[in-house]
Design a protein around this ligand. Structure first.
Ligand code: 8YV
Length: 312
């Protein structure tokens, strides 16, 4: 008997085929009447596969009394009610390490695209404006000051890349990170005051909710730049939009938003903002590696063993 699992969202076809081989997969996006489905099938579901942002909230978990494991296809656990999982002995796994390089690359890509106005320049050429009007000058990355919020695996990978670009680096984290030579600035507002560019690489959740607020954005200032490859919830999005519209913040490169896939309308017309549809881990290689890890975690658990990368 193959275990019944619930797939929230989609994965690459090759990975979904492998899921189908090992499990009886129920696809939530194909369910027409969610209530009826949960009433009928809910008691049989032993596993959930979900993305990192939303999916396995408390209401869904409560409707699945036989739930044993939530395998997150990502590093963030925002999609899962971790307290509920702990209390009910439900394992939660993520996909660490395999996505670190790609997310750090996206941070650098956004940083460069924003500072050097790559997308703006591209629009300019395509619109046939090159011969007719100029563009404002970009900002030099080499020698600039990079503040990193969150010096975990991804933050460190950003720092190492930025070093190669000749940037000066400091970070804010809840504690001093051992084994790194980067300077820690305990208060985020001080980091923002010092930095030319602030990259957010912290985890989402209650602890970081809204900590990049209006005061931090003002400390970054009209010459400053914000890059976010972590979670939209870490930024006070209304304050960010206001700061960008009023030019109190110089520029932003954003891969994540509060209410994805909704992006604040006011950002769409701003040339000093670069937008991405939450794609930092979206390479063929990394999505395959993430999927592999999801499958391995589920296989280990259902074979009676310890999942490889358990968060809970
Ligand atoms: C994914 C992410 O895009 O790792 C995360 O936490 O947000 C991203 O890598 C997301 O998990 C969708 O699968």
């Amino acid at each position: 008997m193959k275990p019944d699992v619930l797939l929230i969202g989609t994965m690459m076809p090759a990975l979904e085929r492998r899921l189908d081989e090992a499990f009886t997969v129920h696809r939530l996006h194909q369910v027409e009447n969610r209530e009826a489905f949960l009433a009928g099938m809910g008691p049989r579901i032993r596993g959930i596969i979900t993305g990192g942002v939303a999916g396995a909230g408390r209401a869904l978990m409560e409707a699945l009394p036989a739930l044993e494991i939530v395998a997150v296809n990502g590093i963030g656990t925002d999609a899962v009610d971790l307290d509920y999982a702990r209390v009910h002995g439900i394992r939660v796994t993520t996909t660490p390490d395999v996505l670190t390089d790609d997310v750090a690359d996206m941070a650098m890509a956004l940083l460069l695209a924003t500072a050097r106005q790559i997308c703006w320049g591209d629009r300019h050429v395509r619109a046939g404006l090159w011969a007719r009007q100029g563009l404002p000058l970009g900002r030099k990355i080499g020698g600039s000051k990079l503040g990193i919020l969150g010096l975990g695996r991804i933050g460190r990978a950003v720092a190492h890349r930025a070093e190669a670009f000749g940037m000066e680096i400091a970070y804010t984290d809840v504690a001093e990170i051992s084994g790194v030579s980067f300077r820690r600035v305990p208060a985020l507002i001080d980091l923002a005051r010092w930095a030319d560019i602030l990259v957010i690489a912290a985890s989402g959740g209650l602890q970081s909710h809204g900590i990049v607020d209006a005061a931090v954005l003002d400390a970054l200032g009209p010459q400053g730049m914000l890059v976010n490859v972590a979670r939209g919830s870490i930024v006070d999005e209304a304050a960010l939009v206001a700061a960008l519209v009023e030019k109190r913040l110089g520029a932003a490169g954003l891969d994540v938003f509060v209410d994805e896939p909704a992006v604040p309308e006011a950002l769409l017309g701003l040339d000093h903002v670069v937008l991405q549809p939450h794609r930092a881990s979206a390479t063929l290689e990394t999505r395959l590696a993430m999927g592999d890890l999801v499958l391995s975690n589920l296989a280990a658990h259902f074979a009676g063993g310890e999942p490889l990368t358990a968060a809970v």
